[in-house]
Design a protein around this ligand. Structure first.
Ligand code: IMP
Length: 430
């Protein structure tokens, strides 16, 4: 039985982590987000209501769960305030004490958003395809030690002093990029609004988490984006600006690696990607179109159509290695129903050789051609199935093959949109 589990995306994000986390939350005392920002969009469907969370941990839909935004997150105060209001209107987060925000989390400022968008426009066809949420420029400033932390913002004097140091240089950059310089007094006024609405959530998240751990409470560490968007282990430069892998759960929340018991990787039964960059198993034809429409593959944050393709086991093996996965959750299995055959990419042909890993160079990955293994498809509706042995034989064979290639046990399989539409093989917290 595990106390502390990290849940990470094992592809390019949008694997359905929010839904898996929502399922596991009744077993835990706290859920902590530890990286990324409002570029993430975690969709959870309960009955007819769909909730999209960008910054608040997915545990918020359970009243007894403490939600923590860790130091590794970059915080867009406007998005967070809107999100909290939306949650209130749906009857969630009635007790403000159930949301704690690390004072060390860095703020996404309006100039970060502007710089992100201006740079993308300037790059033209070489753009990364960012979400335009200012994520990259905020992490840049954090590393360059010219960021503003949440704890600094809630003190008006410090906030003003930091802005006086930082803003002139930012405005020079904005001018070079052809944008509109940001006015100091506007930022100070915005800061007042943020302070009024958010200051009471400020906390030392590392202290709270370590107290919870000492008391034997259960914690779920909620990853955002996916392994292939990791700044070091992803498909650089077409990545986000944070470490998305499981190791970041520690750095981004203030706990040590020895407290993590399990790492659950979430994969979709096929592959999707938003934004630019290589995608070896992408399908531009009928299958890709079917997956896109049937899987409702639109970005939760930007509304962009997601690119779709076959399951790539090379990616899962990579994710297993760099995250130290101990179990896997497979989502959206039902979307594959009626597609026959179902293909699994088991490796790549690169310059005449067959490889079973993801090359670190962008140029090499672009030259990779997928090697497929074809499996029999199934026609039966599987959305009502709750036990593995009740799945059609062909579906079982597909899952067993994925498990065999990855070499990791499967813990959860989701078979439909509803909260209850899943098969629980092994509950990490049970
Ligand atoms: P950024 O994180 O906005 O800088 O975007 C960098 C890359 O990561 C782009 O390809 C985005 O589409 C992608 N990305 C960022 N967040 C997510 C996410 O939550 N899901 C899927 N892709 C994402």
């Amino acid at each position: 039985m595990a106390n502390n589990v990290v849940v990470v995306g094992a592809q390019w994000g949008d694997e359905g982590k929010g839904r898996i986390i929502d399922l596991l939350t009744p077993s835990v005392d706290a859920v902590v987000r530890y990286q990324g920002g409002a570029n993430a969009g975690h969709t959870v469907v309960i009955g007819d209501a769909k909730t999209i969370l960008h910054l608040v941990p997915s545990g918020v839909l359970h009243a007894d769960c403490l939600c923590i935004i860790g130091n590794g997150v970059v915080l867009d105060a406007d998005v967070l305030i809107d999100e909290i209001e939306g949650l209130h209107s749906q009857g969630y987060l009635k007790n403000p004490k159930m949301l704690a925000i690390s004072k060390s989390a860095h703020l996404v400022m309006p100039y970060h958003r502007q710089i992100d968008q201006l740079r993308e426009t300037k790059l033209g066809s070489a753009r990364i395809g960012t979400t335009g949420r200012g994520i990259g420029p905020t992490y840049e400033d954090k590393a360059a030690r010219r960021g503003i932390r949440f704890g600094e913002m809630i003190d008006p004097e410090i906030f003003k002093k930091r802005l006086e140091q930082i803003l002139p240089e930012k405005n020079k950059l904005i001018e070079i990029l052809g944008g509109h310089p940001v006015d100091m007094s506007t930022l100070l006024t915005e800061g007042e609004g943020w302070r009024k609405r958010l200051a009471h959530h400020a906390a030392d998240a590392s202290l709270i988490l370590n107290r919870y751990i000492k008391d034997g409470k259960k914690i779920l560490f909620e990853g955002a984006q996916g392994t292939l968007l990791d700044i070091d282990h992803g498909t650089y430069p077409y990545v986000t600006s944070s470490n998305t892998v499981a190791g970041e759960a520690c750095c981004g929340s203030g706990v040590g690696p020895t407290v993590i018991d399990d790492v659950l990787g979430v994969v979709k039964a096929y592959t999707t990607r938003v934004g630019e960059g290589p995608f070896p198993t992408e399908d531009d034809g009928k299958v890709g179109e079917t997956l896109q429409t049937r899987g409702k593959e639109f970005g939760a944050t930007t509304g962009r159509k997601r690119r779709c393709g076959w399951f790539d086991a090379t990616i899962l093996k990579h994710a297993a290695r760099v995250n130290g996965l101990t179990m896997v959750a497979i989502t959206k299995l039902d979307v594959l129903t009626t597609i026959d055959p179902v293909r699994i990419c088991t490796g790549y042909k690169l310059d005449g050789a067959t490889i079973d890993y993801i090359p670190s160079s962008d140029e090499e990955l672009r030259r990779c051609e997928p090697v497929y293994e074809d499996m029999k498809g199934w026609k039966e509706d599987i959305s009502g199935v709750r036990k593995f042995e009740n799945l059609p034989k062909a579906t079982q064979a597909y899952i067993n093959r994925l498990q065999e290639i990855a070499g990791i046990p499967i813990s959860i399989i989701s078979v439909g949109y509803e909260r209850s539409s899943h098969i629980m093989m092994r509950d990490p917290f049970a």
